[in-house]
Design a protein around this ligand. Sequence first.
Ligand code: GLA
Length: 487
Amino acid sequence: MLISNADVHFSERLQTVYHCPADELPPHLIRYTRLLDTFHTRYGDLGSVTIVRAPGRVNLIGEHTDYNGYPVLPMTIDRDIVFIIAPSEDNTINLMNEDSFFGERSFVAFGAITPFAQGDWGNYVKAAVQGLIREGVVEEGKAKGFRAVVGGTIPGSAGLSSSSALVVASALAFLAANHTSVEPVMLAELLARAEQYVGMEGGGMDQAISLLGDAGKALKINFFPLRQESIQLPENVAFVVCNSLVQASKSSSTRDAYNRRVVECRLAAALLSSSLSEKLGRPVYARLLADFTPSLLHCTEKELEQEARLALGHQPLRLSEIVLRLGEDEAEVRRRHCTLKDGSTVAEPPEGFKLWQRYRHVVSEAARVERAGAVLSSGDIDEFAALMNESHAGCRDDYEVSCDELEALVAIARKHGAIGARLTGAGFGGCTVNAVPLGDVDRFLKEVRREYYETYVKEHSESEFVPFRFIDDVMFVCYATKGAGIV
Ligand code: GLA
């Protein structure tokens, strides 16, 4: 077979993107070739095409901190969304998913773009297009659409950010079709807002890591303003993802449980502001939990914690009690703190709002992220793994985002060699991430396969597990790739 200069160039390009040795390139090359063939079969020869990709991510530590203004510490994974595109003559966007299960979608990039049915994959493309038009990056009247073939290797509804990767790839495709670009940090912030189109009031972690990811490194990401620091990943430990096979979809009940946590944090910030204002005799304006810093309030961390404990109460609070404490009208409290971007209101849970518990997780998790960044940089992986374990306990006990299946998977992982094991992403199902010493990886994969996938899953037919074809699809070692872009 004759290999052209272009082929060599493309292979080199893929090698930098996937940060992998040359002998691991063939599967990537095969996949891109297949996507290009599919594009040509579907749309014919449209001249030159553009390839964009956006990776998924695994969050190593820092769960439910981003929307509170605190940092996170994720890394990209070598599973991603790829678009092969060619611009349209008009403003129509035609999408063909390589996986026929998802089917074809088409819409016009103009006016108020109404969503497809709830949970439809096309809504993530619409979110990106609508966001770029609304924020004036692409001029509505002049927008050009595109034709695309879309291929993805990130397991869906698994806490690995397949949806944000789709939003990011869609944005890059729309920008390319319109011959424009946006600086990655700005684009990450814009797309975090844009993705709320699907109804989940997420923070900015997923879009940021997908766009800013660094090959071979994790990122410590801070928000408001968005900034990142790369941290070299350890050489003696692998991060292994295991899928619980319980679906945690951003567009279903997970979304409601997630949004309730967001509202609980907002209510906690409001109550703490009000009680500190009273105590200090001056107004304390704070919107996010991260705004309450001991230096701003001239107090110690201990004093701030005591104040929070008093303001938020040990027991879950009824909305009526919160209203009383804030001294505001109930309708106003609902409007300011319980209303989501789509105009819907988060209802009071039957057991009340658990503000102190949520606060305790967020603040202690934020401290763990700071420490985790420092120990990962210094190569102290045992301490890093211990922090991962503490993070899991906080997510389970205070934030209540774990489930029986995740608990079983974490316990099995620790039994078979993981020195750190925790749920990753929003929780309520999805994946765990496990720190496993390199020498133990093979044994770990074998034993977790046997004890979770071949035994636990079979014995718990009452749980709704997602079927899978290959074990590599649900359990794999993570390799940090380059962030999203044009390939
Ligand atoms: C989801 C959201 C993120 C973040 C995590 C929890 O993935 O999209 O912004 O809040 O949950 O850490």
